[in-house]
Design a protein around this ligand. Sequence first.
Ligand code: CP
Length: 306
Amino acid sequence: IKHLRSAADLDAATATLILDTAGEMAALAGREVKKLPTLRGRTVVNLFYEDSTRTRISFEAAAKRLSADVINFSAKGSSVSKGESLKDTALTLQAMGADAVVIRHPASGAPHRLAQWVDGSVVNAGDGTHEHPTQALLDAYTMRSRLGRIDGLKVAIVGDVLHSRVARSNVLLLTTLGAEVTLVGPPTLIPVDIAAALSKTTKVSYDLDSVLPEMDVVMMLRVQTERMQDSYFPSAREYSRRYGLDGPRMRRLPEHAIVMHPGPMNRGMEITPEVADSSRSTIVEQVANGVSARMAVLYLLLGGKA
Ligand code: CP
């Protein structure tokens, strides 16, 4: 594949190749091999129109560990504030010889448009409420490294599914890899048509307590208060009471089950500090795995091996 715009770009074989390659990248880092010469002379542009901590830093770290030249572009402080369009910005990057453009944008579909204007590879680093495919890859990598497989895993994705690009990409990727996904949350935040459109095998539940004892993985989503209308979200206290993951709820999970969160977290809203900082939590591990997963994506896309 040339671009990674959606988790739907990945069939099971390609996704597995990326996860295996991420494993090789992590093993090299574990053996103190800090840098590989693979992408020497190639240019990766990080084009961020929306705030990011984890994704931006890990793409930069990933490209540098592969010896690529990295250009970091943030819309704040650029000519975007003077009204320059995405297309003109893309053509400027094209003129500078970008081999890959990693884009985060508030508009769903922006990476698809960008791919029509640049010759290099386009990687979606989060577009609106649409998708975040490299987050899904690092999440799948984390599940596989903790639990040994993805096929047959029971995964609950909990909370604000309506606004979550992480949920959409995870449903697509995890079902491609054979996991059974259940979306859990208040009805206003899980439109059934979204679940049905994402995957025929995805289930929906409005009762977190009843699904927890069955799960291998529970992935908590950030409540996106900035995208919320009153009609979707009546009260933070009521939300936490019914859908927040606290210590007693966590203890309903099977012994081996893990707790994930893509970050940033609303501690005390969708997850308590006791759970976020517990030994079941993979939240910090997910961040570390993000570098290996993004190295694998850049390596395979730019090397033409995926
Ligand atoms: N998980 C995630 O995308 O985090 P950032 O917004 O900090 O990149």
